[in-house]
Design a protein around this ligand. Sequence first.
Ligand code: ADP
Ligand code: MG
Length: 356
Amino acid sequence: MISIKHLSKTFHDSDGTSLMVLKDVNCEITQGEVISIIGPSGTGKSTLLRAINMLEPPTGGQIWVDGENITAKGYPLHMLRRKMGMVFQNFNLFEHMTVLDNITYAPITLLKVPQEQAVAEALELLRKVGMAQKADVYPSSLSGGQKQRVAIARSLAMHPEVILFDEPTSALDPTMVGEVLSVIRALAKEGLTMLIVTHEMRFARDVSTRIFFMNEGVIYEDGSPEQIFEHPVRSATKAFVNRIQKLVYEIDSDEFDYLQIHTGLNRFCLKYNLPEKAEPAYALINEMLFEHLRSVRPLTLRFTYAELSGETALDFMVEGTSESPLSREAAASLTPRLKALIEEPTVRGFRVKLVI
Ligand code: ADP
Ligand code: MG
């Protein structure tokens, strides 16, 4: 369906400097594939999507769609716009039109669908994304998650062969990520071909038939979710998918700033969508610092979140000892409340890990 051959893109600045963002991208995409594109920021993921739909014409190589070279001079881009939908991070809805008009506008003007039919289809699509009750409102009255669901419906209204999603949930409040991901999940089940740039690793693993790990302007590793997430071949892929997010505090004395820890924890849990972990983590920190490890100073406190496995843990690390600072009684009282209690020596000392 889509064939990308030696695609490259160089941006030229007005001061004469240039930046090669896509270096040599090659891939074949067949109908019905759901491909998540993951990778560090700045590696060309958005540029690749924008090149595929010719919003950002490539500087080298070719893109073939349904047997036609869309990068050839004179290729009618309006044909491509019908085949390929795009959903952006920032929704890009028409703010001066109602939700319904946002959806019917392109079918009526570009596809010449009769008004009545366009409206009926739009309402059906709005039902599908759970937004039927908002057909007559303007986008400004919607939440981010609602706007993105409308944007998805708008894109579907053109009956595209493929939809490109560029980080569809990264501009959303964490509480709204789920509603948008479940709409995309449902589309994947229907067999729509999709390319999704996303930072939601677990979503990518669950929903995709294939993963592209992009790094340094190329598709660095390409494989099934199982291959990329469980058995990555290249070390940069391995490091990226096993990334652990951390919050670290040095506890030197009893005058540590527990308010700062509390705020930091809340912010961290909000950012990674772990709202239910903040309070239990804070309670355990207090219990550990004021009771079980009261006389153990200095120590390093870490709150960790492994994005792929979803494991969250509290690490209490002390230097210069090879024995656990935790008493047997304390360990016994903690264990029933934890997923796991791990006590292990480290290179420089000892770690007590509470998996919560
Ligand atoms: P990603 O989506 O993986 O974070 P992007 O494709 O947005 O990466 O960007 C890759 C690189 O290209 C970045 O260094 C970015 O600054 C640069 N870039 C993107 N768009 C433009 C542009 N229109 N002009 C100049 N540089 C750009
Ligand atoms: Mg991007």
